[in-house]
Write a protein that binds this ligand. Structure first.
Ligand code: AMP
Ligand code: MG
Length: 404
């Protein structure tokens, strides 16, 4: 059976970059930048005050103390947005507000809390370093600097940065079109009546729809299809309309598990079926549409579905969009309890939670270890990785955790 790394490699090396399009920056949220974004100007674009206070000449205040303050004549006021018409001569000060341009002649700003005013005079009760509390032109960025690199995933911070650069529309990757189909005679969609005790409510459709959205894709809900080869085949034959096609259920060894055979029949070039992981072992992956489309046949157990999405599908969706950072993030943590399992053949990804304890990252795993228990994700924020061959992990040992 194929190890996880090899399966992930095959998936990633099958990803082809999607075309790009220009969108309004707010529509770029969660999507991948397809151009380098360059600053057109210095930032800040002028020297300005970092504090509310007084703009002064440093030589006037360099020896000021509480007991022997410097006494300066107040000659004007500079609110933010004002144009400077003042000149700060020796012995004078200008009242200044955060963000206002530094008036000519001034080289230091004294915060208001170190001052007092009386009869048109300012008493400065502290000496500061020359240049204190001035934000310098260009100290953050120079004109021509690359601010955001191609391949960046756009979060709300990047949206703000783009706005501050007056970049109104930005080139991003097209969103992958992802079809989601569940299979199984027993599965009912939300809102549908459950008429027999053997029927169950779907979670997988919605786990995947939401997962695809969060990874920047456009999910297409193809609903639930019975374990009926003819019906299944007719839906699978629409595969070419999508960049990625995901099915859940019907990929194991049961007699009703038709996905493998049908996938090949409709033109999927199957690259692997079964990976040495727990859960989601029977996962199937292949390409279609001349290698452009990715097909994932994920087993139906809800945890298998969520985990296969996180560890194989999501990295692929990000990579297709050209993201630099497409791999799951791994940290080291100390385990809080003994972990034991009988069968150590596969690499297991156990729902877990990490947190800081003093200055150590620690983790604990869910009590619900089985793959039908989706509520094992409640309060979980990572997978504890239990490697092949490892039966037992002792409290306090260092383990890998993969962040959600
Ligand atoms: P399968 O992979 O088809 O053998 O299904 C494995 C298990 O997952 C069975 O217990 C199914 O009832 C369950 N299952 C299959 N599809 C879904 C779904 N869409 N939502 C929740 N559970 C499912
Ligand atoms: Mg089934």
């Amino acid at each position: 059976m194929m190890p996880y790394e090899e399966a992930l490699d095959i998936v990633l090396s099958s990803c082809q970059n999607l075309s790009t399009e220009k969108v309004f920056i707010l529509d770029a949220l969660n999507r991948v930048l397809a151009e380098d974004v360059v600053s057109q100007e210095d930032r800040p674009s002028f020297d300005n005050s970092a504090m509310d206070g007084y703009a002064v000449r440093w030589e006037d205040i360099k020896e000021a103390t509480e007991g022997s303050p410097a006494v300066l004549k107040l000659v004007g006021e500079m609110p933010a947005g004002a144009e400077s018409s003042f000149k700060v001569q020796r012995g004078t000060a200008i009242k200044i507000f955060t963000g206002a341009p530094i008036p000519e002649g001034a080289d230091t700003v004294v915060p208001v809390e170190y001052t007092e005013t009386k009869d048109g005079l300012v008493f400065i009760k502290v000496s500061l370093k020359e240049g204190a509390n001035i934000r310098r032109k260009g100290e953050e960025l120079k004109a021509g600097d690359v601010v955001l690199k191609k391949g960046t995933i756009i979060r709300h911070y990047e949206v703000g940065i783009l706005a501050s650069l007056n970049k109104i529309n930005v080139e991003v990757s097209r969103r992958p079109r992802v079809a989601i189909l569940s299979t199984g005679d027993e599965i009912k969609d939300i809102g549908e009546p459950i008429t027999k005790p053997s029927q169950i409510r779907t979670s997988n459709n919605y786990t995947l729809l939401a997962g695809v959205l969060s990874a920047g894709g456009i999910p297409y809900h193809l609903g639930i299809v019975q374990d009926d080869p003819e019906k299944l085949k007719s839906i699978l034959s629409q595969m070419e309309d999508y960049d990625v096609f995901i099915t859940t259920g019907g990929v194991s060894m049961g007699e009703k598990d038709y996905i493998k055979i049908l996938a090949s029949e409709v033109g999927v070039d199957v690259k692997f079926h079964k990976v040495r992981i727990k859960p989601a072992k029977p996962i199937l992956f292949g390409t279609y549409n001349g290698g452009k489309g990715l097909f994932f046949g994920i087993p139906g157990n809800p945890v298998s579905c969520a985990m296969a999405f996180d560890l194989l599908v999501k990295p692929a969706l990000l990579k297709m969009q050209g993201a630099k950072d497409y791999l799951p993030k791994i940290l080291k943590a100390r385990i809080k309890r003994d972990f034991y399992r009988r069968d150590a053949e596969r690499r297991e990804f156990v729902r877990a939670v990490w947190w800081w304890e003093k200055d150590t990252l620690v983790c604990d795993f869910s009590q619900k270890l089985q793959s039908h228990m989706l509520t094992s994700y409640v309060d979980a924020n990572c997978y504890l990785v239990v490697r092949e061959g490892v039966k037992e992990i002792k409290e306090g040992e260092e383990v890998d955790v993969i962040l959600f």
